[in-house]
Design a protein around this ligand. Structure first.
Ligand SMILES: CC(C)(COP(=O)(O)OP(=O)(O)OC[C@H]1O[C@@H](n2cnc3c(N)ncnc32)[C@H](O)[C@@H]1OP(=O)(O)O)[C@@H](O)C(=O)NCCC(=O)NCCS
Length: 273
């Protein structure tokens, strides 16, 4: 087995591997991640892709690992551990985080990750009304959004946010006295529309931003929320978006993630934070 970098040309092979693990065919998401991050794949002697992981760097400060998959016929042979070890080597210096499924969690714990928060995926057709407190963002808002995002996430995500303007269905901002104090986006995935990221000054503004986006979906909407956000979870459940699958946010090493997480309400997607 050799490890090599993945390119967008590997998309079909990645989707085949995802199908082998009963993951849906999230074509747009894989492409977005492969184009903005570094994909690593393990290839068998016949040239077949048997394992994947994607590393997305935010400047030099933090980095996310996502799309960790090993072909079921090669499960529990040490491939996952070897590939993540390789990716962690490549990320040296950055604080690395990820969102783990219950299957992946023991593997990450063995590699030195610890759980920072349990997370619930809320899914359903939003039954609330738009608040009207936010407005659609324009490319001129990008700098204010990136500056706010850097304060909250403690890292430079401007490259991701620039690409998000094309990828997202819509990005909205909320202002206080003409200053952008919150923003949120939503993007189309397979069978649902993901609401995320959500960055806001307080829980009330987070609900306003979510309402203004989710009320436009007209079908299943999805959002990932840390279980410590009890009020937000109850509000979502009361508005048609009940909690489903549980996962765990994890960070490698003892360092906490930088930034002001009190204003972080939902990730772009679980793969990116
Ligand atoms: C999670 C996943 C990536 C793990 O990949 P893997 O290649 O099976 O991982 P490893 O083999 O390195 O480790 C898995 C287990 O096998 C054990 N193992 C490793 N080599 C072994 C060997 N030669 N013999 C027996 N057991 C072995 C490990 O100790 C580990 O045990 P643990 O889970 O009790 O800690 C894989 O199960 C998968 O693709 N799952 C579906 C998708 C998913 O949930 N991905 C995670 C997203 S966060």
């Amino acid at each position: 087995m050799i490890i090599r970098e993945l390119t967008p040309d590997d998309l079909e092979a990645c989707l085949r591997l995802a199908a082998d693990r009963q993951w849906s065919r999230e074509e747009r998401k894989w492409l977005f991640l492969l184009q903005g991050g570094e994909g690593y794949g393990m290839v068998d002697p016949g040239g077949e892709l048997v394992a994947t992981a994607i590393l997305t760097r935010y400047g030099t400060r933090t980095a996310a690992i996502s799309m960790v998959l090993v072909a079921s016929r090669h499960g529990r042979q040490g491939l996952g551990g070897r590939l993540i070890g390789h990716v962690l080597d490549r990320a040296r210096g950055a604080t690395v985080f990820l969102n783990a499924t219950a299957t992946g969690r023991p593997l990450y714990e063995r590699l030195g990750f610890r759980v920072t928060s349990p997370v619930a995926m809320h899914l359903g057709t939003f039954t609330g009304q738009a608040s009207g407190a936010s407005r659609p963002a324009s490319p001129e808002d990008l700098k204010a959004i990136a500056d706010l995002d850097a304060e909250v996430l403690g890292a430079d995500r401007s490259a991701l946010l620039t690409r998000l303007f094309d990828f997202a269905e819509q990005i909205r901002v909320i202002e206080d006295g003409g200053v952008v104090t919150g923003y949120a986006g939503m993007w189309r995935n397979v069978g649902n529309t993901v609401v995320g990221p959500v960055i806001a000054a307080d829980p009330a503004d987070a609900r306003r931003l979510i309402s203004d986006l989710a009320s436009q979906v007209g079908g299943p909407a999805r959002i990932e929320v840390e279980e410590s956000r009890r009020e937000l979870a109850e509000w979502l459940t009361g508005h048609g978006m009940a909690a489903g699958m549980r996962t765990s946010d994890m960070v490698a090493g003892a360092e906490p993630l930088p930034g002001d997480r009190t204003r972080f309400f939902a990730p772009v997607m679980s793969a990116l934070g």
